[in-house]
Design a protein around this ligand. Structure first.
Ligand SMILES: CC(C)(COP(=O)(O)OP(=O)(O)OC[C@H]1O[C@@H](n2cnc3c(N)ncnc32)[C@H](O)[C@@H]1OP(=O)(O)O)[C@@H](O)C(=O)NCCC(=O)NCCS
Length: 167
């Protein structure tokens, strides 16, 4: 779908998730670094994950993408429509953290959301302790619009207006 090599030593791609990704997506979700930043702070069982995954990959209000590096799946990037805006969430397998994957995936994802006419604005409520996510979003053009308590923890409301994004 989307690729972008630039100054990096791997090619980043995005493609739609399919049922074949069900186990891989669960294994990423259950890595400790992801659990720390999730609302449900425990590993999920396959029996909980599978019905959700099946529903979500065929939900027209969701764009569920797999992030690939040189064709190998390394993370997921999801956009869910809420009041005409796309709420973004992502997680990347730990071995790939700190190599620019999230920043690049957010850029490619924004182009994809715009090109497909899915939404004009992307947003997220990000835990203020999640520095990696905040930095990656800012590098991809998101701004911090608000500082808020959400579900009992300090969050930033971040958004990306796609008007100026070139596709
Ligand atoms: C948060 C996450 C998506 C970041 O992905 P990533 O591919 O490692 O991010 P990048 O490599 O693009 O890093 C972006 C910037 O943040 C910095 N950064 C990344 N992780 C960091 C951390 N833990 N602490 C401080 N800075 C960090 C990077 O150095 C980079 O800054 P730079 O370009 O100035 O050097 C990834 O760590 C992850 O999947 N975490 C678990 C799930 C999660 O938190 N998801 C987000 C909730 S929506």
């Amino acid at each position: 779908m989307a690729t972008d090599k630039g100054k990096y030593d791997y090619e980043l791609g995005l493609r739609p998730a399919t049922y074949d990704d069900v186990h891989t997506v669960l294994s990423w979700r259950n890595e400790p670094a992801t659990i720390r930043n999730m609302k449900t702070k425990r590993p999920l069982a396959f029996e909980e994950h599978e019905p959700w995954f099946k529903k979500t990959i065929s939900d027209p209000t969701c764009q569920f993408l797999i992030i690939e590096a040189d064709g190998e799946p390394i993370g997921q990037l999801r956009y869910n429509l809420e009041d005409d805006k796309a709420k973004v969430s992502t997680n990347i397998t730990e071995a790939w953290h700190g190599r620019g994957v999230a920043s690049r995936a957010f850029v490619a994802g924004s182009k994809h959301v715009k090109k497909t006419g899915f939404a004009d604005v992307i947003f997220a409520r990000v835990l203020q302790s999640n520095i990696g996510s905040i930095r990656a979003m800012q590098k991809a053009g998101y701004t911090i619009d608000d500082d808020m308590e959400y579900e009992g923890e300090p969050h930033y409301y971040m958004s990306h207006d796609l008007t100026q994004v070139e596709v």
